[in-house]
Design a protein around this ligand. Structure first.
Ligand SMILES: [Zn+2]
Ligand SMILES: [Zn+2]
Ligand SMILES: [Zn+2]
Length: 144
């Protein structure tokens, strides 16, 4: 049986910086590699094979932002929140808008719920007449 590491490298083009995955890819652009009885994303497999375990609750991030890259030096394991920060800015404790980054303030996994609520409120205020008129119309139709 071929060693998983050997099998892995046979599908990689080791360039001078990013190491591109040459074999099958997911529609998302991540490489696909069969490891330990399941199909893994290739960069996750690379991390597991050459860096170490991916701890529970951790995700593997591309420092180079190149999804097809499997260079272990370009991979970093982060918690979900840390990972969102890498992609959406802000810090570990703050959203880019300055609000506190807490699980309860998360909207759509990475957005600030406080700002979203405010935005919704403002939208309602700006379109109030129209919304109320529509509600009225709906109510009248129902009671006819
Ligand atoms: Zn890379
Ligand atoms: Zn990432
Ligand atoms: Zn905010």
């Amino acid at each position: 049986m071929i060693d998983a590491k050997e099998r892995f490298w046979s599908k990689v083009d080791k360039g001078c910086s990013c190491w591109e995955w040459l074999a099958g890819k997911f529609p998302s652009g991540y490489g696909a590699f069969f490891l330990y009885g399941r199909t893994e994303r290739a960069h996750v497999a690379s991390y597991k094979l050459f860096v170490g375990e991916v701890l529970d609750g951790y995700e593997v991030h591309h420092i180079c932002e190149n999804r097809a890259c499997v260079n272990p030096d370009h991979l970093k394991s982060l918690t979900h929140l840390q990972h969102k920060n890498e992609h959406y800015g802000g810090s570990e404790t703050e959203f880019p808008c300055g609000h506190e980054r807490q699980e309860k303030n998360l909207y759509a996994k990475s957005r600030c719920r406080i700002c979203f609520k405010k935005y919704k409120q403002e939208w309602y205020e700006a379109n109030k007449d129209e919304i109320l008129a529509k509600q009225q119309e709906y109510y009248l139709r129902k009671t006819k």
